[in-house]
Write a protein that binds this ligand. Structure first.
Ligand code: ATR
Length: 340
């Protein structure tokens, strides 16, 4: 598949989400993760997504160690994020800090853990409705000017904030930099960006949409049928979409998707990822996996061409079996300014 633009970079449309290598989705095993990262490089994956908060820095350290030792560091894009403040004594507690001082300090800490430069630096979540985004962009513009980061993104921002951040960055950098990317949950099960203006403004402003959870946090892979399939500490247990009732209903959609996939000689996860990559030339996907077999399947999805008929069939399927449960609890959506 042809490469796509991610700001200054031209890369493969399918990257690797590394979050699960540190926490959130059950057990973690560094050796296994390292094998997955090495295999990803062999398969020409050139976009690795991490964040300072994944495993309280563990994820950045792991990724930096493997990529720096691979000899391929300069052939890949490393994207990291800052702004979610966690409490080690209570992993479920979250705050958001987008202040200039916090952004500057976070960038320095991430660079230190990665032991390499940052290609793409996201604000992980945005405070309120983005009222103070200009202040954050001033710190970001300084980091760009100093060469500490090569590109800028927002993760889970609303359309108005995206527009304001992009314009402010262009103003501060005298037209040299706007936003390179907006990262957001996007899959057959999470299509809100098609309705809330995020997809439209990214297209209009030439910003890449980086789709996380393209497999619906595993639901579209077909193996999750009940909360019993999740580890006791699995973070998905806190999400409405994975409640006892919702997961059963949502797994019915996964079964229908699998039926369509089988008729095409594909797996459900391949079809789910390929669908995301068919949503526009500015859309990239970063499915997450900790398993070699799943990585190989996911990477295969970048070469799948879907017909207009198949895309219509999938739209009809979504209409017939609407997703049950929101992607985050209501209070979290409000805290992130995503409920307008
Ligand atoms: P996220 O972006 O949040 O990581 P995702 O990419 O939609 O979400 O899905 C990740 C989940 O799907 C993980 O639980 C992953 O499990 P493994 O680490 O065991 O692979 C699972 N997953 C990834 N690829 C898969 C595939 N090809 N088939 C089934 N499940 C898969």
């Amino acid at each position: 598949m042809l490469k796509r633009k991610l700001g200054l970079f031209e890369i493969n449309p399918l990257g690797l989400g590394c979050m699960g290598m540190s926490e959130f989705y059950g057990s973690v095993d560094d050796e296994r993760s390292e094998r997955v990262l090495h295999r990803a490089l062999e398969l020409s994956v050139d976009h690795f997504d991490t964040a300072d908060m994944y495993g309280y820095g563990h994820n950045e350290t792991l990724l930096g160690r493997v990529l720096n030792a691979s000899g391929r560091r300069n052939c890949v894009v490393i994207a990291t994020k800052c702004g979610i403040v966690r409490d080690r004594t209570d992993p479920t507690r979250r705050g958001i800090d987008n202040s200039p001082a916090y952004i500057r300090e976070s960038c320095a800490r991430s660079t230190d853990r990665l032991k390499t430069h940052i290609d793409l630096f996201y604000l992980h979540r945005i405070t309120g409705y983005g009222e103070r985004i200009e202040e954050s962009m001033s710190a970001i513009a300084d980091l760009l000017a100093a060469g500490a980061i090569a590109g800028v993104g927002l993760s889970e921002a609303n359309a108005a904030t995206i527009g304001r951040a992009h314009r402010e960055l262009l103003r501060l950098s005298h037209g040299r930099h706007g936003l390179s990317a907006v990262q957001t949950q996007y899959s057959l099960m999470s299509r809100d960006i098609e309705r809330n203006g995020v997809l439209a403004i990214c297209r209009e402003l030439g910003i890449a949409v980086v789709a996380y959870s393209p497999i619906g946090r595993g639901l579209l892979g077909g193996a999750l049928r009940s909360t019993d399939d999740l580890d006791e500490k699995d973070f998905r247990r806190t999400l409405p979409r994975f409640s006892k009732e919702a997961i059963v209903a949502n797994s019915r959609f996964a079964t229908s998707l699998d039926n369509v996939a089988q008729r095409l000689g594909l797996s459900a996860s391949e079809l789910a990822i390929a669908w995301v990559l068919h949503q526009g030339q500015n859309v990239l996907a970063i499915p997450g996996t900790t398993q070699l077999k799943n990585l190989e399947r996911n990477v295969a999805a970048r070469d799948i061409a879907l017909t207009a008929d198949t895309l219509q069939t999938l739209d009809a399927l979504v209409q017939q079996t609407p997703t049950q449960g929101a992607r985050y609890p209501t209070e979290v959506m409000s805290a992130y300014g995503l409920n307008r």
